[in-house]
Design a protein around this ligand. Structure first.
Ligand SMILES: *Cc1c(COP(=O)(O)O)cnc(C)c1O
Length: 442
């Protein structure tokens, strides 16, 4: 469709990797306007953990709309909000012995990060926030100051102040615990690093290339924070909501962050929704001090509650994510061993996995080749060198297998030159049945 070239801004990104017009989606599949089916291992960059148009949530949402439930209510108390809060407290917080109050911010992840940073600065009266190499926290200016990526930072147009970067776990090699460096600079009044209000960290860096922090490193980080009275913010926007196998990505680490940000899959249905969880004694906001028209999306309250009721009332779902995560990591390791040119590696936790192809061009080729075979999978990392597996957590086993089979075929073709797609195969002109044969396995 030419209209996108004509009047949609050049700022488009994912649309460039997957240049089709999509008009339907269900579960782990997307469909374009010509009826081609695509297996979705991108899943809204981690927003569709429960798949597209999850039928359980859809029913609740349709019912709510049909009954003229509140759509927009600023931050008014609504029944939908109350029920979401109750469910979140009973089924997520209490079973994990967590005590947080919840702040509803503007609807996207970066809105939650901005609020978290602002709160931490207000509480402590300090400006500096420690963030990490390859971290990603959003692209509005406050969040962007804590984001590593130079492509994003370069677009700011103003200096990005208020944050100091520290090396993430593994940044200096496996043998170096970088929290020792943080400890040292915080203990040294001449280190040049201002005493920070907070540390903001992802337990697994998504946009940064699926870099996994070890539990030990995270515990050490927590210890350093406590030692210097620095607040610990875990940005669980991408790693949370089950992606790593537990609801929060830090649950099994044995730390309790002071502040947590959630968004992406929180709404469950792909609806914009973001929150900040705050340790009760740190909830020092004055009424209306942080504001916004779209604070709390009532449709998302309905679907977020449905997601928790349906998937988080017991640990079945969590165990299933862990089981699939192990399958993914075993398969990826085998692919890397076989075709990985001796330098590919795998990385990840739960269903948050990646293949580090070292070279961005190769990773890009793998992604493009997979797309020809009906699989949508993106790359991430500083050089887009990591093929990033983010399939919906609800994916059926046979489709998970098929998706990884496609990646294997793509890696084989790109790295070993073993053609799996016929030379003359041009997906964009081919009959849709070719593609369906791949993604349906029929
Ligand atoms: C996506 C993401 C954000 C930003 O969320 P937006 O909705 O894009 O503003 C922040 N932090 C992490 C870890 C993310 O993955």
């Amino acid at each position: 469709m030419k209209i996108f070239e004509e009047i949609e801004s050049e700022v488009q990104s994912y649309a460039r990797s997957f240049p089709r017009v999509f008009n339907k989606a269900q579960g782990e599949f997307l469909y374009d306007d010509e009826g081609h089916q695509y297996l979705d291992f991108l899943a809204g960059a981690g927003t569709l953990n429960y798949g597209h148009n999850n039928p359980v949530f859809k029913e609740k949402l349709l019912e709510y709309i049909h009954d003229d439930g509140i759509t927009h209510g600023l931050d008014l108390h609504t029944k939908a909000k109350g029920e979401f809060l109750e469910t979140f407290n009973e089924k997520i917080l209490k079973p994990r012995s967590l005590e947080y109050v919840m702040q509803f911010t503007g609807p996207t992840g970066t809105n939650a990060v901005e609020a978290a940073l602002k709160l931490a600065r207000n509480i402590t009266g300090r400006e500096n926030v420690i963030s990490f190499t390859n971290g990603f926290h959003g692209v509005s200016l406050g969040s962007l100051a804590t984001t590593g990526n130079s492509h994003h930072r370069g677009a700011a147009g103003v200096s990005l102040n208020g944050s100091s970067r520290m090396p993430y776990d593994g940044y200096l090699g496996d043998d170096i615990d970088t929290t020792a460096y943080l400890d040292k600079v915080l203990s040294d009044s001449s280190s040049g690093i201002d005493h920070p209000a907070a540390v903001i960290v992802e337990t697994v860096q998504g946009e940064g290339g699926i870099n996994v922090a070890s539990f030990e490193w995270l515990r050490n980080l927590d210890t350093v924070c406590k030692k210097y009275g620095v607040l610990l913010i875990v940005d669980d926007i991408q790693a949370g909501c089950g992606r790593t196998g537990t609801y929060f990505s830090f649950e099994e680490v044995g730390i309790t962050p002071d502040i947590v940000t959630l968004s992406k899959s929180l709404g469950g249905y792909g609806l914009p929704f973001a929150v900040v969880l705050i340790r009760p004694e740190l909830d020092q906001w004055k009424p209306g001090e942080h504001n916004g028209t779209f604070r709390g999306n009532n449709f998302a309250f309905v679907t977020a509650k449905a997601a928790i009721d349906h998937y988080w009332s017991d640990d079945k779902f969590s165990n299933d994510v862990k089981r699939k995560g192990e399958y993914i990591s075993t398969r990826l390791q085998a692919i890397v061993d076989k075709y990985g040119e001796g330098n590919f590696t795998t990385r990840g936790r739960g269903m948050f996995q990646g293949i580090n192809c070292v070279n961005g061009e190769i990773a890009g080729k793998i992604s493009r080749t997979a797309f020809k075979l009906g699989l949508m999978i993106e790359t991430s990392g500083a050089d887009d060198h990591v093929v990033k597996f983010l399939c919906p957590l609800i994916i059926r086993d046979e489709n998970l297998k098929k998706g990884i089979d496609i990646v294997e075929a793509a890696v084989k073709e790109v790295c070993a030159g073993e053609k799996t797609i016929p030379e003359e195969y041009d997906y964009f002109e081919s009959d849709s049945s070719d593609l369906k044969a791949v993604s349906n396995g029929s």
